[in-house]
Write a protein that binds this ligand. Structure first.
Ligand code: GDP
Length: 295
């Protein structure tokens, strides 16, 4: 995960680490390298520039050149800023409803169905909840089958209505079923398309409006880099979602989406997917991720 970025940042900061004495030129050069590493990681230009400007300001503000271990302080400033960029404080998901409704949104192939299963499994085991999965992809019968397979695997019931072509009606029926059968969390898996289009956006907006979920999550494939950020913006404009799920971080060597997405949509990354298996889910902690990137 993010191997290239870690390596490049390590190289950039290496000059300063262990230096007892550093100069303003060292700092400027290091920050230039940090910016280059971020750009290589597919972080957008504006964010990378703001990032290094902020670190520079803080370094000057703290008189970094006159401190005892200026190199260590610079590493700390970069780490803190990276944490801030990825989200600062950790936020959970809202499970206050009876039942709590969680709506999944995102493009086809982003990992919605897989993540729906992972979340149901996580809530069932970690939070002793009784989730219900609801299959709302009315276009691809295989997607409904896939959710049933996932449900069986983790021992969570799946609600579907194969003859029905109205996703709003299915989600409402799913919520009613949950109420009648003692499920306290309803996870609604929706249909995605290969790219953002009006029809898909209208459909997800209609479901969102009709069921008013406690939590709307946007699921996105981290490996798509800047596209992930652009798609997030398009979905957020329509849904004003509550959080981002970054999937396939196990295959993401660059890290651009993880670093940029929060500052573009101003919504926290809540969970990450780190594999195809049902237990490959982690709560996203910006500080731990920054720690991991900077080593
Ligand atoms: P959906 O169309 O949005 O429902 O996407 P799926 O849940 O069907 O996932 C698409 C593909 O990505 C499947 O082959 C999943 O196994 C795979 N996938 C989902 N999440 C992850 C992840 O975190 N890591 C990896 N490596 N693969 C994942």
């Amino acid at each position: 995960m993010f191997d290239n970025l870690s390596e490049k940042l390590d190289k950039a900061l290496h000059v300063l680490k262990g230096h007892g004495q550093i100069t303003e030129i060292n700092v400027a050069e290091t920050l230039k390298e940090v910016r280059r590493a971020l750009l290589d990681a597919d972080v957008n230009f504006k964010i990378a520039k703001e990032f290094t400007n902020t670190v520079k300001e803080k370094a000057l503000g703290q008189d970094v050149l006159t401190t005892l271990q200026p190199g260590q302080l610079m590493v700390k400033l970069v780490k803190d800023e990276l944490t801030q960029l990825m989200g600062g404080d950790v936020e959970g998901i809202n499970l206050s409803g009876t039942p709590s409704v969680v709506l999944m949104s995102g493009l086809q192939g982003s990992g919605k169905t897989t993540f729906s299963g992972k979340l149901a499994n996580y809530l069932k085991t970690k939070k002793t909840k009784k989730p219900l999965l609801v299959a709302c992809d009315v276009y691809r019968p295989a997607a409904v089958d896939q959710l049933h397979v996932v449900g069986e695997q983790i021992g969570v019931e799946v609600f579907s209505d194969r003859g029905n072509t109205d996703p709003v009606a299915i989600s409402k029926a799913g919520i009613a079923y949950a109420k009648a059968n003692g499920h306290n969390v309803v996870i609604i898996d929706t249909a995605g398309r290969l790219a953002v289009d009006e029809e898909m956006m209208n459909e997800i907006a209609n479901i969102h409006k009709a069921i008013q979920p406690q939590e709307t999550l946007f699921v996105v494939d981290a490996m798509t880099g800047q596209d992930a950020v652009n798609t997030a913006k398009a979905f957020n404009d329509i849904l004003n979602f509550d959080g981002v799920i970054l999937t396939k971080l196990d295959g993401d060597t660059r890290g651009g989406a993880a670093i940029s997405i929060k500052s573009v949509v101003n919504k926290p990354i809540k969970f990450i997917g780190t594999g195809e298996k049902m237990d490959a889910i982690d709560v996203f902690y910006p500080s731990r991720m920054a720690e991991r990137i900077l080593g």
